[in-house]
Write a protein that binds this ligand. Structure first.
Ligand code: NAI
Length: 470
């Protein structure tokens, strides 16, 4: 069966952060927009990524703070997780935000078409809904935003019961006594901290020599590794997982490491070994859409090789981050409505909601040195910040990667309380080409965490007030 065809000035394939933002922006700019989504609006981020994980992070942090109540002079006798209630809070938060996106699209008069889209011509999408009904959407301009999927690594036994991806790890009914996480990247470590707080004995197996490879400034990643181990989390680096077996209720995860093959025993395994662009079965290859590996190849304006077709978000590879995807969405929306906008990724922050949190923007120290820049690193520890002391969370530090002579801030790397919020100042500094002196002469309120940024900026001239390195 076939229903009437739609025509749009801009059609967007995919309703995640890249796609729905592109749709709203194109509509703001006066275009008639159709958005096609096969599942729930909000994509991975809202439904099974950023938002549900951060609700669990927040809930488990509250639990841990409640357990530390006596430190703050509070008596909280039986702080404990109520898992079904926690999951209900998570789902209610997700639902509220997903409905919010639907309202925003409606308010901008974006037509939402439910179903699975294929690109059948550079100006036409074919959409099939879950009843098998097909319709065609012709559009002057098309923005592809199909997102990403969990990578399927070559590990034998990955389909065994008890082995889960991050989506499964958001739906647990009981807390496993022992959890093994394959991959010490962003997803692996965020879940490690959630499950640790719920009471699991967590083992992280990471194949590279350090956790968070490529996702954090090295000294920050090393410091986090020390803090996690000190709390009792087992972190094995240089550990490649090739095979999982099940014996009774126990899973055996076999690891190739420096000592040959060893096995880790547990009740549940989380596989967090990366994500791939979702670019198959949508007709891309048939139309000759140029690819870069699994990712859609784009130019600096996010245009593909097909006329009037742009691509955005996780599907174009690079940083798979919701906030970067939203920037892409705005760029493609402008360019598909007569704009001339280049994607500018200089100030894309990386934020990792571990305990303590990690955040970074711009160049790492290693990247700045590799680029041949003479670098001076200015630092300040949160242990010397009064607000961090009040919060009882004084582990961590600020690292400003500065150009030696001018003090221009090339990168900002943080470990500590609320640094996923604090990084906004670093992003602005990098984007504006600010210097350490600019930051040092910007008055920061007292007593607040951002004062640690000011003090690190002062350290560029060895002039921190509240810290003296020996
Ligand atoms: P990732 O690339 O950050 O980490 C995967 C890790 O698994 C790597 O460190 C890799 O060396 C390791 N690995 C791969 N195969 C292995 C094996 N067989 N044995 C042991 N270790 C192995 O990918 P992840 O954590 O799955 O995240 C996917 C994407 O989602 C990333 O791009 C990430 O940036 C994004 N994300 C962002 C978040 C945030 O911004 N807070 C939160 C969660 C995900």
């Amino acid at each position: 069966m076939s229903s009437p065809n739609e025509h749009a000035e801009v059609a967007v394939l995919g309703g995640g952060p890249a796609g729905y933002v592109a749709a709203i922006c194109a509509a703001q700019r006066g275009a008639r927009v159709v958005l096609v989504e096969k599942d729930r609006l909000g994509g991975t981020c809202l439904n099974v990524g950023c938002i549900p994980t951060k609700t669990l992070t927040t809930a488990t942090e509250l639990l841990l703070r409640a357990k530390r109540g006596s430190e703050f002079g509070l008596s909280i006798p039986q702080a404990a997780a109520d898992l079904p209630a926690m999951m209900a809070y998570k789902q209610a938060t997700v639902n509220r935000l997903v409905n919010g996106v639907a309202q925003l699209l409606k308010a901008r008069r974006v037509t939402l078409v439910r179903g699975e889209a294929r690109l059948i011509k550079p100006d036409t999408l074919s959409v099939e809904d879950d009843q098998g009904k097909r319709q065609e959407i012709s559009a002057g301009r098309i923005i592809l935003a199909p997102g990403s999927v969990a990578a399927a690594p070559q590990i034998e036994g990955i389909g065994l019961p008890g082995v889960m991806t991050s989506t499964g790890a958001l739906e647990i009914e009981t807390v496993p006594r022992r959890l093994t996480i394959i991959g010490g990247g962003v997803i692996g470590l965020e879940f490690a901290c959630i499950y640790e707080a719920l009471g699991s004995k967590v083992t992280v197996l990471e194949m590279t020599p350090s956790i968070l490879p490529g996702a954090a400034d090295e000294p920050i990643a090393k410091r986090l590794q020390i803090l996690l181990r000190r709390r009792g989390m087992e972190i094995r680096t240089g550990a490649v997982v090739r095979r999982i077996e099940k014996a009774g209720d126990t899973l055996h995860v076999f690891v190739d490491g420096a000592d040959g093959e060893t096995a880790v025993e547990c009740e549940r395994v989380l596989v967090a070994t990366g994500r791939w662009p979702n670019t198959e079965r949508m007709g891309f290859a048939e139309l000759g859409l140029r690819m870069n590996g699994r990712a859609i190849a784009v130019d600096e304006r996010l245009a593909t090789n097909l006329p009037n077709v742009w691509a955005v978000g996780d599907a174009i590879g690079g940083w798979m981050l919701a906030h970067k995807a939203m920037v892409d969405g705005r760029v493609a929306a402008e360019n598909s409505t007569n704009g001339q906008r280049q994607a500018d990724y200089r100030s894309v922050p990386n934020v990792i909601f571990t305990r303590p949190e990690v955040a970074g923007v711009g160049l790492t120290e290693a990247q700045a040195r590799a680029a041949g820049t003479e670098v001076k690193v200015a630092q300040f520890p949160f242990s010397s910040n009064p607000r961090a002391r009040i919060l009882g969370e004084s582990d961590g530090l600020v690292r400003l990667i500065c150009e030696a002579g001018s003090g221009r801030i090339l990168g900002v790397h943080l470990l500590g309380p609320h640094v996923t919020d604090l990084i906004a100042e670093g992003a602005l500094a990098v984007q504006m080409g600010a210097t350490a002196d600019d930051l040092a002469w910007t008055t920061h309120a007292h007593p607040t965490l951002p004062e640690a940024m000011l003090e690190a900026a002062l350290d560029f001239r060895d002039a921190a007030i509240h810290f003296r390195s020996q």
